[in-house]
Design a protein around this ligand. Structure first.
Ligand code: ZN
Length: 250
């Protein structure tokens, strides 16, 4: 692979540099080179620097494609099972960058319906640029397509063929038309309790909480402003008989 980090530095640094600066110039490209390799491979979950993202380009960090075979292999028998109401060709694999809880760029992924793929790319890019933190963004298949486990891990995800919580009908997640964001700070609350249980502290949505918890989804937050206000998703935080603060659907 071409050392893109080294290439960028060589463009910035004069070629005839005095000896003392040479050591620093040698150390920096190797870190950047490694980060560029991480971005090129799109190692989901990896954390990179803002310099690497700038060099790689933000456009390259928000991409949609048909489901690669390797991704579909992870989904089969887990989030994608017989009886699924959407075909593989109706789904898209999104690779998206997010700011993690430390506000560092972290590599994420999502499977969603092709109908909303572009909207999600724009919404999550705006969240990234606006500094809305997202703890983790990997396929629910990494948790055996178990929504409880994915929520407990505070994972942000979209497609999963399953029933709606405590109901018989299929969830909009089954079509890849719903997204759950930061479930820990935005739990699902029904008469059966709070899910995930670890999110109980965030069940009572007092104003003082929003001031200390940037992951909280409120009508002022970037997820709400993008997905609800801009793209017309319904928000579970306004449902009549339950509250699903993490959930947006079409
Ligand atoms: Zn949901």
């Amino acid at each position: 692979m071409i050392g893109l980090g080294a290439l960028a530095l060589s463009l910035v640094l004069p070629s005839c540099r005095p000896a003392p600066a040479a050591e620093a110039a040698e150390a920096a490209p190797s870190v950047l080179d490694e980060e560029m390799a991480v971005l090129l491979r799109w190692d989901v979950g990896a954390v990179v620097s803002d310099s690497a993202v700038a060099l790689f380009s933000l456009d390259s960090c928000f991409r949609s494609s048909p489901l690669p075979d390797a991704v579909f292999a992870r989904m089969e028998g887990r989030s994608y099972q017989e009886g699924c109401p959407v075909g593989r060709d109706e789904l898209r694999y999104l690779r998206m960058l997010h700011r993690n809880d430390s506000l560092r760029p972290q590599l994420g992924e999502m499977v969603a319906n092709r109908i909303i793929a572009d909207e999600l790319l724009e919404a999550f890019r705006t969240m990234y640029e606006g500094g809305y933190p997202i703890h983790r963004m990997v396929l629910i298949d990494d948790y055996g397509a178990d929504d409880g486990l994915s929520m407990a891990a505070n994972n942000t995800s979209c497609f999963c063929y399953r029933r709606a919580g405590h109901q018989r009908n299929l969830s909009r997640h089954s079509w890849g038309m719903a997204v759950d964001i930061n479930p820990l700070q935005n739990p699902y609350i029904t008469r059966f309790g709070v899910e995930p249980g670890e999110g109980a502290d965030y069940a009572y949505r007092r104003d003082s909480l929003a001031a200390v918890c940037p992951q909280l989804i409120t009508t002022e937050s970037l997820p709400y402003r993008m997905l609800h206000d801009r793209f017309g998703f319904q928000w579970g935080g306004r449902w009549m008989h339950s509250r699903d603060y993490q959930h947006f659907q079409k």
